[in-house]
Ligand binder design. Structure first.
Ligand code: SOE
Length: 394
């Protein structure tokens, strides 16, 4: 397969991150034979779609997803539209025989996530959910170390996903604070990432306890549908009611006996994108902080007593995941310690997606993984309502 013709739905924050990834894969992953071709950008607002297509490098534009999935020259449909559109768009694409790539969370309900899994499996197409942080080299290194037994028996998962961009009451009623569109607030927007990493690194979550809060319940309405982050409302705008969580705290019990705590908020003053986790085991601990993305902290409980302590592993050597070209041919990005950034997690993700499509293989994380996270999200919401521990049912 020489090329993969891509149709992208959505052009805001994630549409831009995905567009950049398609442009960069051939540059940094020359060994991936199937090159992504940025064929069609799809969106509702013609002038915005055309401007973004021009800026990002998409060949053509359409304004209705039906026109996109009807095209014979599209191989992959990539969905970065708001969460409540994921199910309809993915099912349409799968039924048209297109491979499907979808931003997180997979859907706004378990029922919709299950319909998406059924559709892609019935269609026999390749499917992937974009949990980009799995392919931060330091997090993929953590996965290798845990799977290798370097931490021994796992006792604890501990995660924080802290931002503060919603703290101003002037931030308007954009889609991320509307349950009908987003499904939930900090829970699905941020804790979904932590839950995906917890499931990937530690395995099934059996049960959860959870509590949530909405700190600012009224926000000014938007003049027009805004799918960006934040923004300002017009003077004297009507007030709308926020019906999602601003902050969420959860406890969880893993099937392997480990205990977990998770927290997510967009009201943690001073934290901008603090996606942090720590794993504790019988042989040591690992700790990651996205704001220091190129580093993995490691405590080896078996180090000699006079030199034990957390050490920093700079995950920028050619030997680290995604950092070296095949067959030791040198650095994939830059020489050691020249560091990479947020956008490279998307480039790494999209390169594996393209390689999988070319090989006819199913990449990770799939829609089945996305459904697992959706079940944990739903159990958290149920636990928050009931005030009791709730089983996840994985
Ligand atoms: C906003 O909270 C956001 O853009 C999330 O939606 C993304 O998934 C996360 O990676 C960064 O923050």
């Amino acid at each position: 397969m020489e090329q993969i013709n891509v149709g992208l739905v959505g052009y805001n924050f994630m549409g831009r991150a995905h567009s950049n990834a398609y442009r960069q894969v051939p540059f940094y992953f020359p060994e991936v034979e199937a090159k992504p071709v940025m064929k069609v950008l799809c969106g509702r607002t013609r002038e915005r779609v055309e401007a973004c297509a021009e800026q990002f490098g998409w060949e053509e534009t359409v304004y209705d997803v039906e026109d996109l999935v009807a095209r014979d020259d599209i191989d992959l449909v990539d969905i970065t539209a708001p969460n409540n559109q994921h199910a309809e768009l993915a099912i349409k694409a799968a039924e048209a025989g297109k491979h499907v790539f979808c931003e997180k969370p997979l859907a706004t309900s378990v029922e919709d996530a299950e319909r998406m899994v059924q559709a892609v499996e019935d269609a026999g197409v390749i499917h992937m959910i974009c949990h980009n942080y799995r392919r931060a080299p330091a997090i993929s290194l953590a996965k290798q170390m845990i799977d290798n037994g370097d931490l021994g028996e796992i006792y604890h998962w501990r995660s924080l996903y802290l931002q503060d961009w919603l703290m101003s009451p002037d931030v308007p009623m954009m889609w991320r604070v509307q349950k009908e569109i987003a499904g939930s607030g900090s829970l699905g927007d941020l804790m979904a990432h932590s839950i995906d990493l917890a499931l990937w690194l530690l395995g099934d979550i059996d049960s959860v306890a959870c509590t949530m809060e909405t700190f600012i319940e009224q926000r000014p309405e938007l003049e027009s549908f805004d799918t960006g982050l934040g923004g300002r409302a017009a003077e004297g705008a009507e007030m709308g009611t926020v019906d999602v969580d601003d902050g969420v705290v959860a406890l969880c019990r893993f099937a392997n006996g480990a205990l977990g705590t998770m927290e997510a908020t967009r009201f943690a003053a001073g934290h901008k994108n603090y996606n942090w986790f720590e794993v504790n085991g019988s042989r040591g601990s690992l700790r990651f902080n996205l704001e220091r993305m190129n580093e993995l902290e490691y405590y080896n409980a078996e180090d000699p007593g006079d030199r034990q302590g957390f050490r920093v592993i700079p995950a920028t050597e050619d030997c680290h995941p995604f950092m070296g070209l095949p067959d030791g041919a040198g650095p994939r990005y830059w020489p050691v310690a020249h560091i990479i950034g947020y956008e490279h997690t998307f480039i790494n993700t999209v390169s594996d997606l393209c390689a999988a499509i070319a090989a006819g293989e199913q990449p990770w994380p799939s829609f089945v993984d996305g459904l697992r996270t959706q079940k944990v999200l739903a159990a958290c919401e149920k636990a928050s309502d009931s005030g009791c521990w709730e089983h996840v049912g994985l």
